[in-house]
Design a protein around this ligand. Structure first.
Ligand code: 3HC
Ligand code: NAI
Length: 649
């Protein structure tokens, strides 16, 4: 009989009078129960060891300790608890130096703050991302941070959750030194030099806040947190840290942490966290090597083509833009350039970076230029004949192993691919507008698509920092199909007598940036109208939508100055419209309205999602949630319609 022992999550080596504690708890050195215990034991053993003067804490693998082990959050906590471990390391008789590579996040950063010194590679980052998981730091992060940096910096770090890169962390005093080259050796040399010992953070006073600071901070954090609970609670913890004793502030933080950890919002955000990570590695491509994408082309330089080209350039992939004539090409190149110019204006990239991104884009009207391109994404008009002609040309011009993708929203990709010499290289890659911003990518294989082609779609998404979701073929794939159901359900409420503005307000209160009618006014009512008309022309039985009545009356949305609402010239604020009430009056039948409009509409999204799962159009409920969150503005803190259906109130 053989017994498998769990691998120890850390090792201790001695370098002269320095002990090097190396954490080895893959994949991200999270502070599992076993690791907390091992670190505790290490602190005890090294304090008792007369041959040791100082300790270096380092990690193997891709990162420093990335935080508490989120998978343990649903379980009863086991001692040693993280706050106790952090206090133990802080109280160690031999000073600890954290040697940081990758990310020191959450509990990982809290452990680093307990160390007397912190050194890091320039590529490292530190931060308190807890708010992104719906919680606040639970091991003294909000209490120690304001003892190290001014309140404004502490507020930024703990309420946005954004990591701080090492060079800035050095300037802020969050770390003591940057190490070039070998981190372990650099950290040992630092510790061996026996720098003057600063007081532990526990023994320091918090940096003072100016009068009125917390009130102002509450306003701006409240505004930026889009209805999420945790950022304002983190702010309250920081304020407590500057106004109460260390012990009181620690107890307050812990109480807040434990309360939020079991909240529905934190459960929803954890669900999204794990769904996003799983999305990049679906079972359908396990073990399949993607094809290399060194160069790409985009056919069509309109709204979508330009955004896709920009997204590819943002990922440093050289792009050829193909248009139907030289005027359209000039417009297309201009569209992409405008995206980079906008990024410069908003301070996202510098002039030289914009110039480099533009320089990596070339244009042509001649398909022969694509003879050596690895990937082509088509984004021309949504007309089957136009798309077929494009793929016919691509089939002739491209290498036999080039991957050919369509960005169609509603056409059947099988029909688009018909006649291609090698349909195994064909796939749907459905981007969302604006394509360089929106995170969602629906990856739509046809029955002929080769696994390698599918894997390339996912690998591309990872390079573009998008969230890929595999979708089966049906009208609207996953997202637009649910959108259709959602809009029809919202119209149904209007027919039952609900006020258009009340429906929009209900969805905004739920957490969407816009309600269904305001959103249609922004995007235009005509696209869906033309689609319905097209279906009717093909003999399909498509019932009259309320939107059809409005479009026929010339109300196509903001671009025509009126849609579901009226708009004053130059003013995007929607005003309830007497003309709309009159136009729709004959269609209003009255009836019973749901008590909670948002719960009703989200419930129907979930119902459609369940059918989508049954049909195999989506593989997992969390994929549907990702589609809604990253493509349609579903509030992340609610976890998505399937999360609500399965775990909601
Ligand atoms: N707990 C448990 N598992 C975690 C984890 C965590 N804190 N962080 C990451 N993982 C898992 C992921 O689920 C993934 O698992 P899989 O391979 O089975 O899918 C694996 O680790 C690798 O994660 P990534 O794909 O995200 O790896 P990257 O290399 O791209 O990124 C990272 C590394 C930047 C560390 C990123 O994983 C990350 O941001 N992690 C979350 C960090 C975080 O939020 N920490 C705070 C936790 S809360 C806390 O500490 C509370 C404390 O105050 C008490
Ligand atoms: P668009 O009208 O803005 O751009 C289409 C571009 O294709 C034009 O620049 C046109 O000159 C060019 N074009 C037309 N025929 C061509 C040909 N034979 N060869 C080369 N270029 C040609 O359209 P948009 O909105 O960019 O849509 C493109 C595709 O993306 C459509 O399939 C659409 O369904 C899909 N899509 C659109 C979304 C959106 O929100 N607009 C979202 C997701 C997908």
């Amino acid at each position: 009989m053989s017994i498998t022992l769990e691998a120890a999550p850390l090792a201790i080596a001695r370098e002269g009078r320095i002990a090097v504690v190396t954490v080895d708890n893959p994949p991200v050195n999270a502070l599992s129960h076993a690791l907390r215990q091992a670190l505790w034991d290490a602190a005890e053993a090294l304090d008792a060891d007369p041959a040791i003067d100082a300790v270096v804490l380092t990690c193997s693998g891709r990162t420093f300790i990335a935080g508490a082990d989120v998978t343990e959050f649903g379980k009863p906590p086991q001692p040693p608890h993280l706050p106790d471990l952090v206090a133990r390391i802080e109280a160690a008789k031999k000073p600890w130096t954290a040697a940081i590579h990758g990310s020191a996040l959450g509990g990982g950063f809290e452990v680093a703050l307990a160390c007397r010194f912190r050194v890091a590679l320039a590529s490292a980052a530190v931060g308190l991302p807890e708010v992104t998981l719906g919680i606040v730091p639970g091991a003294g992060g909000t209490v120690r941070l304001p003892r190290l940096v001014p309140p404004a910096v502490a507020v930024e770090i703990a309420t946005t959750g954004k990591p701080v890169k090492a060079p800035r962390a050095l300037a802020l005093g969050l770390i003591d030194r940057l190490v070039d080259g070998d981190l372990r050796a650099g950290a040992i040399a630092f510790a061996a030099a026996m720098p003057a010992l600063p007081p532990s953070l526990r023994d320091r006073a918090p940096l003072p806040a100016e009068s009125g600071f917390w009130e102002e901070a509450a306003k701006s954090v409240g505004k930026a947190s889009r209805g999420e609970t945790a950022p304002l609670r983190a702010l309250a913890c920081l304020r407590k840290a500057t106004e109460a004793s260390f012990e009181e502030a620690t107890a307050f933080e812990r109480e807040t942490f434990l309360e939020l950890r079991s909240s529905p919002e934190a459960a929803a955000l954890r669900h999204v966290f794990f769904a996003e990570r799983a999305a990049l590695r679906p079972a359908s491509i396990r073990g399949v090597e993607p094809r290399p994408v060194r160069t790409a082309a985009v056919v069509g330089g309109g709204t979508m083509g330009a955004g896709i080209a920009a997204a590819l350039r943002d990922a440093a992939i050289p792009v050829i833009l193909v248009e139907r004539d030289s005027d359209a090409l000039a417009r297309g190149i201009g569209n992409v350039g405008a995206i980079f110019d906008g990024a410069v204006k908003r301070g996202r990239i510098g002039e030289s970076e914009a110039a480099a991104r533009k320089a990596g884009l070339s244009g042509t009207t001649d398909y022969a230029r694509l003879a050596d391109t690895d990937l082509v994404i088509e984004a021309v008009f949504e007309e089957l004949s136009v798309k077929r002609a494009v793929f016919e040309a691509l089939g002739r011009a491209c290498r036999a192993d080039a991957i050919l993708a369509t960005n169609t929203s509603y056409l059947d990709p099988r029909a688009v691919a018909e006649g291609l010499p090698d349909p195994s290289r064909f796939i749907g890659l459905h981007f969302f507008s604006p394509a360089n911003v929106m995170k969602l990518l629906e990856v739509v294989p046809t029955p002929e698509t080769a696994p390698e082609t599918l894997a390339t779609g996912f690998a591309l998404a990872a390079r573009l920092r998008k969230v890929p979701v595999q979708a089966g073929i049906c009208d609207g794939f996953i997202g637009n199909r649910i959108l259709k159901r959602y809009r029809a359900a919202a119209e149904d409420l209007v027919r039952s007598g609900a006020d258009i503005a009340d429906i929009d307000a209900a969805m905004r209160n739920y957490g969407f940036a816009m309600g269904p009618f305001e959103a249609q006014d922004l995007g235009g009512l005509d696209i869906a109208f033309l689609q319905r008309e097209g279906a009717r022309a093909r003999g399909e039985n498509v019932p009259e939508a309320l939107g059809d009545i409005l479009v026929r009356a010339g109300r196509r949305g903001q671009k025509t100055g009126c849609g579901w609402y009226d708009y004053a010239p130059g003013d995007r604020r929607p005003r309830p419209s007497a003309a709309v009430s009159a136009l729709l009056a004959p269609a209003i039948r009255g009836g019973e309205l749901p008590r909670d409009i948002a719960a009703h509409l989200v419930g129907l999204m979930g119902t459609e999602g369940a059918v989508i799962l049954d049909e195999g159009i989506a593989a997992r409920p969390e994929d549907i949630d990702l589609v809604e969150i990253h493509g349609y503005g579903f509030p992340r803190r609610r976890g998505g319609p399937m999360f609500q259906r399965d775990f909601g109130p």
